[in-house]
Design a protein around this ligand. Structure first.
Ligand code: ADP
Ligand code: MG
Length: 268
């Protein structure tokens, strides 16, 4: 499984799908065969720097797919290329069966893709509630029910509703940016390093909220993380990236159990 050419990729992915369908019960029943996201042979470069080199992966509804790898592996570039911020030099991005490789960033949002970038950017002077309203702009009119739904998922944000965002803790900010992304009513959520700089207890709390969200809403999540140990504890499937290439794709618990792979690529 740890061969650098990812030879067991398709076998592993099939086994993961079957196991996942059985394990997730109710959510599994609604799952269709077609993945929400299909990335095929995606390559991207910054001038002479080749950041992605023929990356292929899938994300299914009701599942968390974790993309793991060291600093510089290409994780952020992968999310930026999927969401249309970086133009690929080769490959395809297919969302719900539609080829969106050349779509504009704004169009991606209306097609159901929401990207939470690295860094937890919020508008510091605006309150929590105002930040959420800003996040809903691309989807036109967003009803009270949809705001209530976000507050239901993140009760901590209810307490902080009228506080300016600069007074929030790192964990609260992370909840706010995820909540803001949810107001666009995505079917695919792209999350870039949500755990960065947070205490382990807060990371566990945020990942538990994420799991709950995915299980109850059938959302599809592509979670990019350097913190492989935490990410694999919440994810269904893991994809290991190294120097812009996929090393292996497998069920999360199998990757976590592979000591050789962990030491070579995952840092734990
Ligand atoms: N804006 C940029 N200009 C030039 N090179 C970049 C830029 N962003 C990232 N890179 C390079 O692309 C590679 C992948 O980076 P990145 O996608 O940020 O990786 P990760 O998120 O896994 O840390 C690295 O070699 C990095 O130095
Ligand atoms: Mg990054």
């Amino acid at each position: 499984m740890t061969q650098p050419n990812g030879a067991s990729l398709s076998k592993g992915a099939t086994a993961a799908s079957a196991a996942g369908s059985a394990a997730t019960g109710a959510a599994g029943g609604a799952r269709t065969a077609a993945p929400v996201l299909e990335v095929e042979g995606l390559s991207a470069a910054y001038g002479p720097v080749r950041a992605l080199d023929g990356v292929s992966l899938q994300a299914e509804a009701g599942r968390i797919t974790a993309v793991l790898g060291a600093n510089g592996a290409g994780k952020t570039t992968l999310l930026r290329t999927i969401s249309g911020l970086v133009r690929p030099t080769a490959g395809r991005v297919v969302l719900g069966g539609e080829d969106v490789t050349r779509a504009q960033v704004e169009a991606m949002v209306t097609k159901g893709m929401s990207h939470v970038p690295e860094g937890r950017g919020v508008i510091a002077e605006l309150t929590v509630d105002e930040n959420l309203r800003v996040g809903s702009l691309f989807r036109g009119k967003v009803g009270k029910d949809e705001f209530d739904r976000v507050y239901d998922f993140f009760p901590r944000l209810v307490e902080r509703r009228d506080n300016p965002a600069h007074t929030l803790s790192g964990g609260e900010r992370q909840m706010l940016v995820i909540g803001r992304a949810l107001l666009a009513q995505p079917r695919l959520l792209l999350l870039d390093e949500p755990s960065l700089g947070l205490a382990p207890r807060i990371v566990a709390q945020i990942f538990a909220l994420l799991r709950n969200l995915v299980d109850s809403e059938g959302l599809s999540v592509l979670l990019v993380e350097q913190n492989a140990r935490s990410a694999l504890s919440v994810a269904d499937v893991g994809v290991v990236l190294n120097l812009g290439r996929v090393v292996v794709t497998d069920e999360a618990h199998r990757l976590a159990g592979d000591e050789e792979l962990r030491h070579a690529y995952l840092g734990f």
